[in-house]
Design a protein around this ligand. Structure first.
Ligand code: SAH
Length: 585
């Protein structure tokens, strides 16, 4: 019998009790020389045969195991055998020889490294993922798992077998999207007496390993989870927006540095009220050094949807550099000169809205928006503007970039639609595709085409309720309704009902909290809705009209709307939904 035993990271006390007992019973022990602590062998039987596997080939190892049968062989692997343990090739040979085996897990070095740092890879409401991987060296890594691709997730990473390749690691992490300031750590021989921990950043990873003479027996750890305590709690505080906390950003923050700049900013701020209700102006003294600007930038970056610098572009770029992550989450950044002649969207032009905002500012100051993004320069078809103008809801805006690049490459964008289309679609769009082959799926229904941009017309939901239903009951009913009919919940914007419900607390609260509009119709208006509806004498007696939810949904949708879900009851709540019957272009 062969036992593959995890020896732990180094400290001989970090083996499992089961592993230790097997060492005490073994007739043969084969251990990996450099990384398994020989002190572990102290408990072995005095006549046990002990081999260092680093000096053996696979056939030699198997032959030693075979000779031991029917005795016990312990094959000691560093850390846990399931991670870069190369146990599979041994198992295949043992299968062939009909020798049975078992695996006893161990403490992996990535656990010991976190322990050495007194840290945790997962952070409540922050990082939830640990990627265990390696830089491609002599052993290749599958193309789709190349380090830059994995780095794109911004998750915590533990890199094994890569301490000698830190130039490549650093370049690949930066290429994938980690910033140079992302914290990193090098943990050399975790849990051994000569353990060494070096904290650095992604930008100084190569330099730090070189300076400390570390080339092997080390793990490289990367990610925001390594942020020092004080900073970390700030980063995840509710007023801060990170990758995982989207959607809470509001307002525009303007920084200025001179009298003229301040005067311009103060003239601009109230006029931006149409775009954004909350605009603050902060004068940053030029003689106070970099601190105030850095603090203002950090604060604004995580709480505002746009940052405007009235001053030199270089100042702005230096200030924002540490925070720039990716276009789906970064706020809009705009620089303008203190005369308001040139307004430059620097970051997040499309999804973040910097291009649009720059044009608005230019129209207010009488200056020029300096637009450099390719699609805007070439006047190409912009899917977001088009969708917006057609009253379509964009459900996954991060996919807009894919469609925009298809347009820029001159490729037609494949469209799938569950709603009949008529008239002339823009030439850029090519309709008639199945969901799974489409770049854009236009539908009010949930689709399983993971990669397409999802657009939906607003779903108009009509609602009728008994007196006194709670917001929770309504929330459950709406959720159940969406599930039952496969509606995209994100496409519901407004609920329509009868004016008798104006003071229903639960309904009002539900709409306020969920951000839904709530529109009331009189019984008289409802009775004039065109079409055939599920009539109820009881409803007529109470409200004066034979049906509330279906009629309200159809009126809400407007001309051409069709009922996609007839009156459906959930306890004391009835729901119906209307969608456009066709879309005219
Ligand atoms: N099965 C082992 C990994 C074997 S691969 C485990 O679970 O830990 C060998 C690599 O593991 C080394 O190149 C190094 O990156 C890492 N490693 C193993 N022991 C280590 C230790 N004590 N400290 C830091 N890294 C270690």
């Amino acid at each position: 019998m062969v036992y593959f035993v995890g020896a732990g990271p180094g400290d001989p006390d970090l083996i499992t009790v089961k592993g230790q007992r097997l060492i005490e019973q073994a007739d043969t022990i084969i251990y990996a020389g450099s990384l398994v602590n020989p002190d572990l062998l102290a408990g072995a039987r005095f006549n046990a045969k002990i081999y260092d596997s680093s000096k053996m080939s696979l056939p030699e190892i198997i032959s030693a195991m075979k000779k031991t049968e029917p005795g016990i062989t312990v094959r000691l692997h560093t850390g846990d055998p399931s991670i870069y343990g190369a146990i599979r090739e041994q198992m295949e040979e043992l299968d062939r020889e009909k020798i049975s085996y078992r695996v006893i897990p161990g403490v992996s070095s990535f656990s010991a490294a976190a322990a050495a740092l007194n840290t945790e890879y997962t952070v409540p409401e922050g990082n939830q993922t640990l990627i265990i991987t390696r830089e491609a060296g002599r052993t290749p890594v599958p193309e789709e798992q190349a380090l830059p691709l994995l780095a794109g997730h911004g998750a915590a990473m533990a890199l094994f077998l890569s301490a000698g390749l830190t130039d490549e690691v650093q370049a690949h992490l930066l290429e994938g999207g980690y910033t140079a300031e992302t914290p990193a750590a090098i943990v050399y021989r975790a849990s051994w007496p000569d353990e060494k921990v070096v904290r650095c950043t992604v930008g100084s990873l190569a330099e730090s390993t070189a300076e400390n003479g570390i080339e092997k027996q080390a793990l490289l750890l990367v990610g925001d989870f390594l942020e020092e305590e004080g900073k970390r709690s700030r980063l995840y505080a509710p007023e801060y927006s990170t990758d995982v906390r989207e959607g809470e950003k509001a307002g525009i923050a303007i920084a200025c540095f001179t009298d003229r700049g301040e005067a311009l900013a103060k003239r601009l701020a109230p006029r931006l009220a149409d775009v954004c209700s909350e605009t603050t102006v902060t004068r940053i003294g030029q003689d106070q050094g970099k601190e105030p600007l850095a603090a203002w930038t950090k604060e604004s970056w995580y709480s505002r949807r746009a940052l405007i610098f009235v001053g030199a572009a270089g100042i702005a770029v230096r200030a924002i550099a540490p925070f720039v992550k990716k276009k789906t989450i970064d706020p809009a950044v705009i620089v303008l000169d203190e005369e308001g002649n040139y307004i430059i969207p620097v970051l997040s032009g499309h999804i973040g809205g910097a291009v649009q905002l720059s044009k608005t500012i230019a129209s207010l100051t009488g200056g020029n928006a300096v637009i450099t993004t390719a699609s805007d320069r070439r006047g190409a078809f912009a899917i977001d503007t088009w969708a917006h103008n057609r009253g379509l809801v964009i459900l996954n805006p991060e996919k807009i970039v894919d469609v925009t690049s298809a347009v820029l490459e001159g490729r037609q964008v494949r469209l799938s639609s569950t709603i009949p289309l008529s008239g002339n679609l823009p030439v850029e769009l090519d309709p008639g595709y199945a969901d799974k082959n489409a770049d854009i799926v236009l539908s009010p229904y949930v689709s399983n085409s993971g990669n397409a941009l999802l657009l939906s017309p607003c779903i108009s939901v009509g609602i009728g309720t008994k007196k006194g239903v709670t917001k929770r009951q309504i929330a459950l009913a709406v959720a159940g309704f969406c599930k039952e009919y496969g509606f995209l919940r994100g496409a519901i914007r407004t609920l329509f009902t009868i004016d008798l419900k104006k003071n229903e607390e639960g309904l009002n609260e539900f709409c306020r909290e969920e951000g839904f509009g709530l529109v009331f119709y009189s019984a008289d208006t409802l009775s004039r809705a065109p079409g055939e509806f599920t009539a109820s004498d009881f409803v007529k007696e109470v409200t004066g009209v034979d049906n509330v939810c279906e009629r309200a949904a159809i009126l809400g949708e407007g001309p051409g709307g069709v009922l996609a879900a007839k009156k459906t009851s959930y306890g004391g709540i009835t729901l119906a939904a209307a969608i456009p019957g066709r879309m005219e272009f």
